[in-house]
Design a protein around this ligand. Structure first.
Ligand code: KIV
Length: 274
């Protein structure tokens, strides 16, 4: 799919049909201005639960709530015209049973206007994915490193190496068979991502996976250099906005203290000029 050829926001079926074509482009967004900036360039935008770490200073995604996702989802929706919006189901909102997942997925879509939800899990979540899809909720799956399971995975390690390779392949097959329209592959070996991409009929969206995936996604604050708490190996910084921003704030502080800001151009006269 090519961003320049878009006339309307793609639907999940358009994303599915992009399998094997021009790579799908995606970023996360959490606010209206960021969504506006990426709208013309992305096929879909993810309101990721990474919002908890990136914007709220949480140590992981586990503390992210439905209310946070809805508030950020509504903000992102106001900035999108051409890109599809996908929204993450936060930790604890879908794992209990398919009915709980449906209730919360329906609420996320109804209250934000998202075109699809994303949830983490493979074989273990296949029944839930099938339940949602059968009831009108398009699902993007997320396997490999699933950050909501950081405590059982033992950290943010590369997944699917050695003996774990077969389980990752089974996860990919399960979510595809269950009806997911695409699957995020996070932090797995490139050869495994290529194998899965060749094996399943739905697009694979890589993050720390392989250029051979059907699409790529990054956390926008990571790639803009705004989130600097840490940088994963798979992140490429396309800008250093964090450094530039801090330099700008330091310059502002110095000018305020020196009374050189505001200058004549920024203040008002008593009367309108004649
Ligand atoms: O929450 C998130 O940002 C994500 C990805 C980057 C895939 O799930």
């Amino acid at each position: 799919m090519s961003a320049t050829a878009k006339k309307r926001a793609p639907l999940p079926d358009d994303i599915r049909a992009a399998k094997g074509g021009t790579p799908l482009v995606s970023l996360t967004a959490y606010t209206t201005p960021m969504a506006q900036m990426m709208d013309a360039h992305c096929d879909f935008v993810l309101v990721g639960d990474s919002v908890g770490m990136v914007l709220h200073g949480l140590p992981s995604t586990l503390g992210v709530t439905m209310e946070m996702m809805i508030m950020h989802g509504q903000a992102v929706a106001r900035g999108l015209r051409q890109a599809m919006m996908v929204i993450d189901m936060p930790f604890g909102s879908y794992e209990e049973n398919p009915a709980q997942a449906f209730r919360n997925a329906a609420r996320l879509m109804a209250e934000t206007g998202a075109g699809a939800v994303k949830l983490e899990g493979g074989v273990d979540m296949a029944d839930t994915i099938a339940f949602l899809v059968a009831r009108g909720i398009p699902v993007m799956a997320h396997i490999g490193l699933t950050p909501q399971s950081v405590n059982t995975l033992g950290g943010y390690k590369v997944q699917g190496r050695g003996d774990a390779r077969a389980a990752l392949v089974a996860d990919a097959q399960a979510v595809s068979d269950a009806g997911a329209f695409a699957v995020v592959l996070e932090k797995i070996p490139a050869t495994l991502a290529d194998e899965v991409t060749a094996m399943i009929p739905i697009p694979t969206i890589g993050i720390g996976a392989s250029p051979g995936c059907d699409g790529q996604i990054l956390v926008v604050d990571d790639m803009l250099g705004l989130f600097t708490a840490f940088k994963a190996k798979f992140v490429k910084r396309y800008a250093q906005l964090g450094d530039d921003g801090e330099a700008a704030i330091a310059a502002y502080a110095a000018e305020v203290r020196a009374r050189t800001f505001p200058a004549a151009a920024h203040i008002f006269a008593d009367e309108l000029p004649q």
